[in-house]
Write a protein that binds this ligand. Sequence first.
Ligand code: TNX
Length: 522
Amino acid sequence: MIRPIAIALVATGLATACRTPTPIGTPTATPAHAIVPLPESIQISAGRGFTVTPQSVIVVPRDDARVAAIGRYLSQWIGIAAAPQPPPVENGGPSIPPASIVLTLGTSPAAPEAYELTVTADRVTIAASQPAGLFYGVQTLRQLLPPFVEYGGVRPDASRPVLAPAAHIADAPRFAWRGAMLDVARHFFTTDDVKRYIDLISLYKLNRLHLHLADDQGWRLEILSWPELTRTGGRTQVGGGAGGFYTQRDYAELVAYAAQRFVTIVPEIDMPGHTNAALTSYAELNCNGRAPEPYTGIDVGFSAVCVERDATYRFIDDVVREIASMTPGPYLHIGGDEVKTLTRDQYAAFINRVQRIVESHGKRVVGWDEIGAADLLPTSIVQHWRPKESPAALAARGVKVIVSAANRMYLDMKYDATTALGLNWAAYIEVRDAYDWDPAALLAPAPESSIVGVEAPLWSETTATMRDVEFLAFPRLAAVAEIGWSRREHRSWNEFKGRLAAQAPRWTALGVNFYRSPQVPW
Ligand code: TNX
């Protein structure tokens, strides 16, 4: 039996919703709903919808802090009282007040991250077997509500009701790994910037934030046993700006913020290449024992730690140990890309040794697809990025793959030749290019189970501010989210572009600087 804690809503809207059902897949200028990513099954009915009223409560089970936190998260979008109320008890048992939003954790739906959302005139119910499922149910409900809820702290009144259409949704993701990567090394982004990115990606049910924490141009995470990494290596960025870094406390704050939104932080320390910031901080990591000058350009491939020196492996062991101890998630990304100064044997031996270091600190290796040249541990995950290297051969070896194909998923690629920001070495990627393809085709004939999921990297050579980042990420990140979550056979560009257009007022309310692609009927 549920013993509810009631969270009172301050709301007065009383209007009703009336929608006509529209089958999924029908191209339509005014979609029946604008949920991104597309749920597995959705029925919107013409009946009276749900309206938040002054009597509405968000009901969460007692004694479950995780679900209570999800209830508080939902409350911020719909104008809310802060204090939980004791359960109203009638006839000796708890009763649920009218116009409630009820979050229940049970045994069904059983699939990881799955949820079921039912909206009727007098109640909204979200059911899941894991808190993550409840969180995704809440994100879906948020998208059924009017875009103005995104301003936050809305106090609805009768002239502007907060309502959701009557609906039944049963939903679960296609892939377990639905990621975004932010390069905080080429340009530094503050903890507030990163939190904003976490907020935006989690609206679309992405669940991994890969932070590219070290590269030639900057080292961004405090390592107590090697303090010059941030003291020296943290002070630069592309173009010569001041750079910056996260203290271990900042990082813990990011990990916690992400966890509340069911996002796992995946820290990356790129090695053996892309290491000039470390090499300039510590002379002993260089084969010639001399520290190079700091680097603020955008070339790649010129740097590498000295793979023949013991100091290098002491350094890596210390760095991995400290990061592993601050990272509750199971993954540690070791980079491994674009090394032009080592032989193949040197490179493979280095990756083999680093894999064992990472494993000894209890973490699972993720690396860019070049690490396929090493003897991969069964737990290691390869991140496919180079368009010309097929990941099918890796999958045939039984390797698990994250698909980040640069010509489809790199958010730092320009939309077209006129885009002011970004690069174009892999492709121009308009919104349709980002959406209208499928990762399973890249790995065929290997089964879909070889794919852990998808991830969209955003390299920051050309992006200095969050405004820049948002312009490249939106709307393409929403396309990536749908590829990661929704079934291939349910996806169609013609239908998607209508739902994408309907995100615009939401993004405007959130202050997102998005690209108004001519392909989308905004
Ligand atoms: C390739 S993707 C890189 C990065 C660059 C990016 C720019 C990868 C593993 N390496 O170092 O920033 O291209 O698009």
